[in-house]
Design a protein around this ligand. Sequence first.
Ligand code: CA
Length: 234
Amino acid sequence: MTAPESQRGLVLVVEDEAAIADVIRLNLVKAGYGVHVERSGDAGLAAVRSHRPVAVVLDVGLPGIDGIEVCRRLRAADDWTPILFVTARDDEVDRIVGLELGADDYVTKPFSPRELVARVTSVLRRTRGEAQAPAELSIGALRVDPAQHRVFAGADEVGLTATEFELLAFMMRRPGWVFSREQLLSEVWGYAPMASMRTVDVHIAQLRGKLGAASPIRTVRGVGYSVDAGQATP
Ligand code: CA
C-alpha cells in the first residue's frame, strides 16, 4: 500500500507488525512524506529496488530474511539508500553497530512516532545530495557516478575538480532546465559574489574542454546554461 508521494519523497517502511507499521505510516504522511509499506525482508528488498525510496525505516525482526540481512545485501550491492533501523532489543542495536552494516541511525521499540519522524528527516538532511541521486546520471556517452565522484566519457574517465563535478552533477540532475549564472552561483558555489558571473563561464568552458564531444551543456543565449534533456536517462 502506497500513499501518494509528496514533495518530501517516498519512505519505505518494512515492518511486519501491522499496528506499528500503521503508526509509522500515519506520522510520516502527516509530516509530508509518501509512504510504502512492506511486511517481509524479501518484499522490502525488492521494494527498495523498484520504488527507489529516499529512505528506509527497517524493522530488524522480520519474517524471511531479517532487517540486518536486508541492509547487508543493499550495501553489498552498493545501494546507499539511508536506513533507519527499528529494533526491539538492545542486543540488536549491538549487532547493528558491531557489524558496521552501514546503517544511518536506529530507534528502539517502544519509540515515539514523532521522534522517529525527526530521525528520518535528520538522516535525510545529512545524506542530502547522495540520497537524491543514488543512481548514476547519464546522458549519451557521458556517465556521472555521484556516489564515487567519478565521470566517464565513453570508456575514458574524466578528471574533474570538485567544483566542476558539482556543477555538472547539479545540471544533469535537472536535464532540460535552464539556469542563469546567478542561480548556478548560488546553488553550486553557495553564494553569489558581486561581479563574478564570469566564474560560471570559466568553469563551463573548462567542463566543455574536458568532456569534449560528450558534453551535454548548451548555452541558452541571454539566459544561461542548460543540460540537453534529449538522451537523458533518469
Ligand atoms: Ca518485527
